[in-house]
Write a protein that binds this ligand. Structure first.
Ligand code: IPE
Ligand code: IPE
Ligand code: MG
Length: 234
């Protein structure tokens, strides 16, 4: 029954919080709060389904362009969310990894991220939280770190392979996502998982992230199962 098995790794661009709030005459931050609830619901549902890795795009390297108010609101919500998640980690059987340059975050938030990563409770789902994450930034960092290892005599340039460069990505040791979901109706990647998505199946949906339900996830997975994945073969 391998065909009915859920993907091992699902990635989601959690988009549409602002429009959700606007439709209700609420401030954008209220949309981000509702988006955090949606994430909680979907992470739990992934555990029920037996999905092993869930990678979510929470804040991009480009999202700093937003108003200082909105950025501060998002950071505040992230802090609150992580504190609650830390308290419930064992109960929820979830572990956290963070993809992105955390050094641009406040020291408090950085500490919460480090605490969440180092708490190695028994878990069913690994959540990769993309924070100040950009796909291009990730590739530049990988290239730069490889170059540093070459300079230090650890490798010769011609030893570089796709597998080796993968080991310099945030996603080292994690399989590529089979399925990437973007709610909100936008049809672009917005710099998400550029390296890892080479053969991912994309499902774009017309629902805003705060409204995204377990039924929507079921629907995306059904669509994924209808795809014919060829990986360049026949
Ligand atoms: C996604 O929702 C959350 C972040 C990018 C932080 P948006 O805030 O982008 O919502 P829309 O796209 O404006 O509706
Ligand atoms: C992508 O959404 C980033 C996150 C969901 C965190 P954006 O709302 O930032 O993307 P654009 O601006 O519509 O491309
Ligand atoms: Mg958006």
């Amino acid at each position: 029954m391998d065909n009915a098995a859920p993907p091992q790794h699902i990635a989601i661009i959690m988009d549409g919080n602002g429009r959700w709030a606007k439709k209700r005459g609420l401030p954008r931050t209220a949309g981000h709060a509702a988006g955090a609830e949606s994430f909680r619901r979907i992470a739990n549902y992934c555990r029920t389904l037996g999905v092993r890795y869930l990678t979510v795009y929470a804040f991009s390297t480009e999202n700093w362009k937003r108003s200082a108010d909105e950025v501060a609101g998002i950071m505040r919500l992230l802090g609150r969310y992580l504190r609650e998640a830390l308290a419930d980690m064992e109960k929820n059987r979830v572990c956290f990894r963070f993809f992105g340059d955390l050094t641009k975050l406040s020291p408090e938030l950085q500490k919460l991220c480090h605490d969440a990563e180092s708490l190695s409770a028994d878990y069913d789902v690994q959540v990769n939280f993309c924070l100040n994450y950009g796909g291009r930034d990730e590739i530049v960092r990988a290239a730069s770190n490889f170059a540093a290892d070459v300079a230090a005599g650890k490798y010769r340039p011609e030893e570089l392979t796709e597998e080796l460069l993968s080991q310099y990505m945030y996603s080292r040791d994690i399989p590529d996502p089979e399925l990437i979901i973007r709610p909100s109706g936008e049809l672009r990647t917005s710099n998400f998982l550029l390296w890892q998505s080479a053969y991912s199946e994309y499902v774009f949906m017309n629902v805003l992230w705060p409204d995204f339900s377990p039924q929507d996830l079921d629907q995306a997975i059904e669509e994924y199962h209808r795809r014919n994945r060829r990986f360049g073969g026949t």
